[in-house]
Design a protein around this ligand. Structure first.
Ligand SMILES: [Fe+2]
Ligand SMILES: [Fe+2]
Length: 153
């Protein structure tokens, strides 16, 4: 059984919609890793699970990038390239999953999962703190989010 079943508190960034996407993706990765470990799941089902993870990851990155564009987050380009790198681990070579052994896929998925968790901890938390500060300024001075944004920049 895989140990990392759910998001540990330090990975919660405090934006409920984003946290939910993070934990859903982690859950799917862990489920897939468990299937690969049990060696009982048919290859087709493994491939469907991988496809779902990729779709969900794209949706998640789109969500974050729209949010970061909206607030004009100073680190948005860094986020975007980090997202490309993470996605690249799974989509760079489409034949990877059809031709590799279950053990090799397991290594790739757990590498992806660990990099994804590091990204949450190091990059996503950064924009969450930025948004939190934005909201504090907005509330304190009773100004629009846009005005608060220009102050915080
Ligand atoms: Fe994220
Ligand atoms: Fe991100």
């Amino acid at each position: 059984m895989n140990k990392k079943l759910k998001l540990e508190p330090e990975y919660i960034i405090g934006i409920p919609g984003i946290d939910l996407q993070h934990s859903e993706l982690l859950r799917k990765c862990n489920e897939l890793l468990d299937c690969l470990e049990r060696q009982t799941e048919p290859r087709d089902s493994i491939l469907v699970q991988i496809q779902k993870i990729i779709e969900e990851l794209r949706l998640h990155f789109d969500t974050e990038q729209i949010l970061l564009d909206m607030i004009d987050f100073p680190g948005k380009d860094k986020q975007r390239s980090s997202h490309q790198e993470l996605l690249g681990l799974l989509v760079r070579n489409p034949e990877l999953f059809t031709k590799r052994s279950n053990d090799e896929i397991k290594v790739l998925i757990s590498t992806f999962r660990d990099s994804y968790l590091v990204h949450i901890l190091e990059s996503d938390r950064e924009f969450a703190i930025h948004i939190e500060n934005l909201m504090k300024i907005k509330q304190k001075y009773n100004i629009t989010a846009l005005k608060a944004q220009s102050i915080i920049k």
